[in-house]
Every structure is written in structure tokens, then in C-alpha cells.
Ligand binder design. Sequence first.
Ligand code: PMV
Length: 313
Amino acid sequence: MFATTAPGKVILFGEHAVVYGRPALAAPVTHLRARATVVPTGRPDVGLIAPDLGRTMRLSAAPTDNPLAVAIRAVAAHLGRALSDGYDLTVGSDIPIASGLGSGAAIAVAVIRALALYAGPAGGLSREIVSRLAYEVERLHHGTPSGIDNTVIAYEQPVYFVRREGGNLIEPFAPARPLRLLIGDTGVRSATRDVVGDVRRRWQAEPARFEAIFDACGRVADAGRAALAVGDLATVGRLMDENHIWLARMTVSSAPLDTLVAAAQRAGALGAKLSGAGRGGNMIALVTAETEQAVAMALSAAGAVRVYRSDVG
Ligand code: PMV
């Protein structure tokens, strides 16, 4: 049996603008994980098993755009061997789906790693290759993904990321002081592909305005990185507040997200913003040991269906 896991993620700064080449920062959420298991069976065909979804199917009967089938094909092409029979692939995840926490990319990374252990070189595949293969699966969910989700999840480290022709800039970093984050879930599911597509249409309709918003988000991400490097958490928080305002101008916030962000700010968070594609999903709040409890209670009182704690660094 070959079993692997992969973490969820939050975007600290720069979602959406990252699709347009501006810098962004993301961090893994290590205690929310996706799991994949490969069990050799010696039988023809491959069993695809998702107990959380109550779903089982044979690979030969799966639609060609099934994300597990796409992941299997990507690994098979990379390894130069067929992976179309002889095992069962089981997946599961603690990461809420369609909520900006990277569940799709985490399942892809876990599956790719499990298949690599089963059929690949001793020691598995490098994180660069795992990330690249997971990107192929991400294209299904997103249309035009920046690559930040598969990168932060495959590296399992905070990363500074810039999408670039001919090779993305990927710089893992460690904050000078650990970040204590609360993640507040609106409970509203939102498909990243739809939100990213809508931002693209708005950018096409009003290119100058959206380019200026993306530039502002990029400046915030760079300033955030500098503040993280010196452990200036007050500035990190202020920049999170600012990033949220730019995301709202991009039209990707929503009433529930704005309500949770405002509740966290009022309860004493150093800063708060939506995280991920928006229009639903999750927001993050930067707190301290002193403010954590009050902010968590304020988020629940303001309607968060779940509040998670996640530390960075
Ligand atoms: O998968 P989500 O919802 O966390 O969104 C990823 C971040 C975006 O910038 C909105 C899209 C992308 O490909 O970077």
C-alpha cells in the first residue's frame, strides 16, 4: 500500500492579480490535508474510490476530464508507462471543497505522490515535478490557473510566487515571526473557474482600471513580503486590510466575506482579508495570542460556519 497526504493552503496576498503576472504569497495549511492511497490488486482496470463522496468507479468508465483520471494520465505520461490497471486509488480530504483552500490541488498532489511511490523512481518525484503535474490537473478546475496553488501545496512551505513565461519565480520563505491565522469559512461554495473567468471578462472590458488594481495588489504583496521578512506583523495586518479593499474593487468579495472581515477587524485582528478566489469560501485574520479568542468568537457570531486556526512559520 502506498499512502500520501498533501496540505491545504491560504493566499496571504495577491490572489487574482497573480494570474496577471503580479507577485503573490501563499502558505500551506498543514493540519487540513488531502489523502491518497494506492493498493495493488493485480486486477484489470483501476478502481477510483472516494469514500467521502460515496463514489466508486472504474478508470476505463471515468469521463476523460475526471480529475483523478487526468492525474493518472499526467503521471503515466511523465513516467512513460501505462497506469491503467492493477490497483485501486482511494482519495479523501479534510479540506472543504470550492472554498479557496486548495482542495483540488491538494488531492492532485496527494494522488501524484502516491502513484509515484507505486510506479515511479525510488524516493518518488521531486516537488518541482509533482507541482508541474498537479498544474495539469489544476487547469481543469481553473481554466487559467496561475500555478500558485499547486506550487505552495507541493512545496509545503510559504512561497513568494510570480507567474512568468518560461518559468515561474518560486521563492520559499520563512516569516521572521510566526503568523497566527484564523480562517473563517462563509460556508458559501464558489467555483474558482467561474470567478477567475468573470475577472477576466471585467479586465477585458476595463483594462486600464483592472491593470491599476492588479498593480496595487502586486505592490501590497511586495510590501507584505518585506514586512514578513522583518517580523513587522502590524504592517502585515494593515496590508491584509488593504488587499481586501482591492479585492472588493475587483468585485470578488461578497456580503458574507465583508461581514467576516469587518467582524475580525472590530474584534482586534491585526488585519483580515478574503483568501482565494472569493465570492464565497474563506477569509483569513491575523491575530495574536491575546486577540485570538475574541476574534474567533466574533467570526462565529458573524456567521462563520467553521473557524480554523493555522500558523505560518
Ligand atoms: O483556488 P483558489 O480559490 O484558492 O484560487 C486561487 C487563486 C487565484 O488567484 C484566484 C487563481 C489562481 O490561479 O491563482
